[in-house]
Design a protein around this ligand. Structure first.
Ligand code: SAM
Length: 208
């Protein structure tokens, strides 16, 4: 699956199809991002998993003076992100294999990226995210909506692409079991819409 996804983003043109004309956050996103920012300390450290071109999300957060680090395994996207958001730091790497010290970040975010790893890895991923967060750390993630172990398209934004997702109920249980308290869980769009996603804002449960 990783090969399809990695090659797909290098070969296709995700930026042109989805991001280059999109400078601002949507109203839906703004509501969630404002909540996220209000929960963070000034200049807090934020990690973005599967950051893409860095716009609009990392730019929004970096412009609010947060200390943003983005990770992506597309060389093309990382080099565009560095140009788009010079204030942030970008690392070329598989986001499931990052090696930061435990309790490094105030928030970890991920938009439209977790559905590109095999869903059986989600449990491990959220445990890793929990470990990398400071006490009371926050997550904001967008996820899939269907029970789909693997699906692919031959031409998505100009190249083959693959996805693997759970239903929201399963994501909620994975996130809670990884040590988070859900603050807000909300759908972007409706069943049948082109963009139909499940967003979760959650807080790391204090360790006893
Ligand atoms: C749909 S794009 C979203 C990009 C960005 N979050 C946004 O919303 O504009 C998915 C991104 O995740 C990256 N990605 C997918 N799987 C990855 C992995 N295992 N490690 C690192 N990056 C990954 C892709 O290269 C791509 O840039």
């Amino acid at each position: 699956m990783r090969k399809v996804v990695k090659e797909g983003y290098e070969k296709g043109d995700y930026g042109k199809a989805f991001r280059l004309h999109r400078v601002r956050l949507t109203k839906f996103e703004l509501t969630l991002f404002k909540k996220l920012c209000n929960l963070l300390p000034e200049q807090g450290k934020i990690l973005d998993l599967g950051c893409g071109l860095g716009i609009p999300y990392d730019k929004y957060l970096a412009d609010k003076d947060f200390n943003v680090t983005g990770v992506d395994f597309s060389k093309k996207h990382i080099s565009m992100a560095r140009k788009n958001v010079p204030k942030a730091r970008f690392i070329y790497k598989d986001f499931t294999k990052v090696n930061f010290r435990p309790a490094t970040f105030d928030a970890i975010v991920s938009f439209y990226a977790i559905f590109h790893i095999p869903r059986k890895e989600n449990k491990e991923l959220f445990l890793m995210i929990n470990k990398l967060l400071k006490e009371n750390g926050i997550i904001l993630v967008s996820l899939g909506t269907s029970d789909n172990e693997y699906s692919s398209k031959k031409d998505w934004a100009g190249a083959p692409m693959a996805w693997s997702t759970y239903k929201p109920k399963e994501y909620m249980s994975i996130i809670k079991n990884a040590g988070f308290k859900i603050i807000k869980a909300v759908f972007e769009g409706e069943l049948g819409d082109k963009e139909y996603h499940f967003w979760v804002l959650a807080k790391k449960v204090p360790s006893k």
